[in-house]
Design a binder for this molecule. Sequence first.
Ligand SMILES: O=P(O)(O)OC[C@H]1O[C@H](OP(=O)(O)OP(=O)(O)O)[C@H](O)[C@@H]1O
Ligand SMILES: Nc1ncnc2[nH]cnc12
Length: 183
Amino acid sequence: MSASRAERIAKVKKHFKTFPDWPKPGIMFRDMFPVFRSPEIVAEITSLFEEIVRETCSKVDVIVGLDARGFLFGPLLAQRLGTSFVPVRKRGKLPGPTIKETYVLEYGEDCFEMQEGSILPGENALIIDDLIATGGTMNAACSLVKKQQGNVVLCLVLIELVDLKGRDKVPAKLLSLVEYEGE
Ligand SMILES: O=P(O)(O)OC[C@H]1O[C@H](OP(=O)(O)OP(=O)(O)O)[C@H](O)[C@@H]1O
Ligand SMILES: Nc1ncnc2[nH]cnc12
């Protein structure tokens, strides 16, 4: 018998590692990089993302990946869905005219940029990142898409730190694969 979705997600979660008090005291850092030691788990994550998007979104034109760890999953998913991929980058990394959004995150402050015209008016964008904590990062990315008259049809993350209530800050539908709550 094939594994249920919950069993597949539980198997993915076993590959994450937690580092207490990093990069600052009080932060439980959830490291997702160990999944890349297993091509099988990376393929499983991509398949789970693809299933969720096909069930949830009628039309996605472009996948927007967030610097830096959103770049790991965005292009993989874009290939599966046959969509384009565009990056949101940290301040000063993108050439040409850009639009900017400053935001606060769990352990600091930063500024995101997109190249002007990277989303066309009316395009349906799916924003992807590895993790949502306080939600500041995802909220800033939604603002950048909206400033270009794009529609955010879904925000998708591998990990949600539920206790930080980041989803309350996101002005669009948000789905996560793996949750950490009270742990
Ligand atoms: O929900 P929030 O509190 O805003 O935090 C979530 C963000 O924090 C991490 O990125 P980080 O800014 O550490 O950058 P990195 O991907 O370059 O390591 C993570 O990859 C998310 O993008
Ligand atoms: N607790 C956390 N673990 C991993 N990445 C993060 N980004 C913001 N908070 C994080």
